[in-house]
Design a protein around this ligand. Structure first.
Ligand code: F6R
Length: 236
């Protein structure tokens, strides 16, 4: 595992964007696993900047996102599909039909989840998975529990996640209580993993996840078993 500490969020974003950019340059038809939340916003901004300068080409890239809130349609401003459109997809030349986000309004979630996993497997898996980490150690929306959940599944969000994510909504009551998330198999089978975390609030969970025991109570701790993971942490 490589652990990089940067002094600022701008430097974290630039270093992470460099790793993603290298992946796209080396394999133009790669599969990128993407995350939402506040941590990757600067990375996407940097990638857009390099795209505008002609330094990166997304035309052959496929993307698969980690998760989506149950009950939010893609045009809902707090949906993760909307986030991805606003923060990346609408500003680069990725082919819209090659961007996948779980459907939070699926009629049948068992089918949707199985289809999501089958789609990722059919792509040959993920080349580079970008992750953030929740204060409770979640990755994607794999919340702490008694076991690691292997496949894409619907999850009940923990109170701490609802509170943490309420900053994006008008009130905590509006935060959906359930989400659909990629499971651990697709994440752990990604050829490379890049996890980013910024700010002192994330320091303790990073230490517990990467220096403590591997336990489903801290879902990110499973990443200790991944052969090619880079963690970038910025102090501010
Ligand atoms: C979002 C996701 C989540 C976030 C995590 C950290 O797609 O998968 O696991 O990465 O909740 O969120 P931020 O970056 O907002 O602290």
């Amino acid at each position: 595992m490589k652990f990089i500490t940067t002094a600022t969020y701008e430097k974290l974003s630039r270093q992470a964007a460099n790793i993603i950019s290298a992946q796209v340059i080396l394999k133009p038809d790669c599969v990128l696993g993407l995350a939402t939340g506040s941590s990757p916003v600067g990375i996407y901004r940097q990638l857009i900047d390099w795209y505008r300068k002609g330094d990166i080409d997304f035309s052959r890239v496929t993307s698969v996102n980690l998760d989506e809130y149950v009950g939010l349609k893609g045009d809902h401003p707090q949906s993760y599909r909307y986030f991805m459109q606003q923060n990346l997809f609408d500003h680069v030349n990725i082919d819209p039909k090659n961007t996948y986000v779980p459907d939070g309004c699926a009629a049948d979630f068992a089918l949707e989840c199985a289809a999501y996993d089958a789609r990722i497997a059919g792509m040959g898996g993920i080349d580079l998975q970008l992750l953030g980490i929740g204060l409770d150690g979640h990755i994607g929306f794999n919340e702490p529990g008694d076991c690691f959940v292997k496949n894409t599944h619907v999850v009940e969000l923990h109170e701490s996640t609802i509170q943490a994510n309420s900053r994006f909504f008008d009130s905590p009551d509006e935060v959906p209580r359930r989400a659909v998330t990629m499971g651990m198999i697709s994440i752990m089978q990604a050829k490379k993993i890049l996890l980013v975390a910024n700010g002192p609030a994330k320091k303790e969970i990073l230490t517990r996840a990467f220096e403590g025991p591997i336990t489903p109570q801290i879902p990110a701790s499973i990443l200790q078993l991944h052969p090619d993971i880079t963690v970038i942490y910025s102090e501010v």
